[in-house]
Design a binder for this molecule. Sequence first.
Ligand SMILES: [Zn+2]
Length: 391
Amino acid sequence: MIEIQFWWLVVLPLFFGLGWLAARVDIKHVIAQSKSLPSAYFKGLNHLLAGETNKAIEVYVDIAKNNEETIELQFTLGLLFRRRGELERAIRMHQKLLARRDLTESQKEHAQLELAVDFIKSGLFDRAENLLHELSQTNAAKEARVELLAIYQQEHEWQKAIEIAEQLRDESHTYQHEIAQFNCELAAAALVRKQEDQAQAYLENALNTHRQCVRARIMLGEILYGQQQYQAAIDQWLQIEAQDEACISLIARHLLNAYEQLGRINEGIDLLQRFLQRYPELDVVDLIYEQIIARQGVDAAHQFVRERLRDAPSMPGLRKLLEAHLLVAPDDQKPEIELIGKLLHDNTREHTMFYCRECGFKTRQFFWHCPGCNGWETYSPIRGKKRKHAE
Ligand SMILES: [Zn+2]
């Protein structure tokens, strides 16, 4: 009995000692973690802010190795991999996350959404589409629909895009521009198949969704023009003034052609000149200049561009004036005028391009759908101008 009590006297303090040691080790570990983690996070963040994604990834991979349980960190890494274009690594990271059993419902939905985006970026649309459809009854339904809409636009599945956009409509975003444009895309495809009635129906849908849809108006006029209904085409196109006057530039040449077909070209030229007086920025000076040269000669054309430059001074106007000046100037002045014209041309190239107001993407051709940012109706119809978007 005495012996046992003696043993307890030895063992008990030992247990206490071990417990104390264990607790101490644990506390030390926790303190070390709480101290090291934030500083490492900030280090990573600093790299991110400096645009050094590679260095940020190194830091975060390192943290993740020692903190496998940190779910949010794995999401961050997945995003970073994707941003750096390492899509396979992003996919693996999000698949690993999705396989975990300790995720909350919303973390699971988030991981599934991120994985779908990885698949979209990799061009694996079918796999993305399946994942996104599975999310349609969850709290992530809206985000999933936004991604589905991106897929359908990339795949030119305009009917499906319309359905999704209808579901996404709310007060903050009506999607009326987009839905009208999707209908215009359907109309364009119908025209390729020579189904004009079908195309007209899509264009009417476009205008019912968005009364100011200039593209639908332009296309309706083009169908009528193709059917040799020139006056009806003109009537369609003249409505563009009330929709968005800057877009008259887009249809000016067609408009003149229609007047020419009716044997009333002068009426067309007068009309364009009146538009130009009302909207001095309109991109129709070249067209009118061309017509005046052909019909009234270089002196009248020269006079026209001089007046234009006086009323609305601009670099393209000045270039045009030099071009006209070259035609009427004495021979000994021509080399200088040519030189000035060339210098001006080289230094004002940006005035000849169309710009996207969202991403600044510039192109020689006008687009309804920006190839840079995939935005709709983000291009100004006036060359060299970055126009604000009218909702
Ligand atoms: Zn853009």
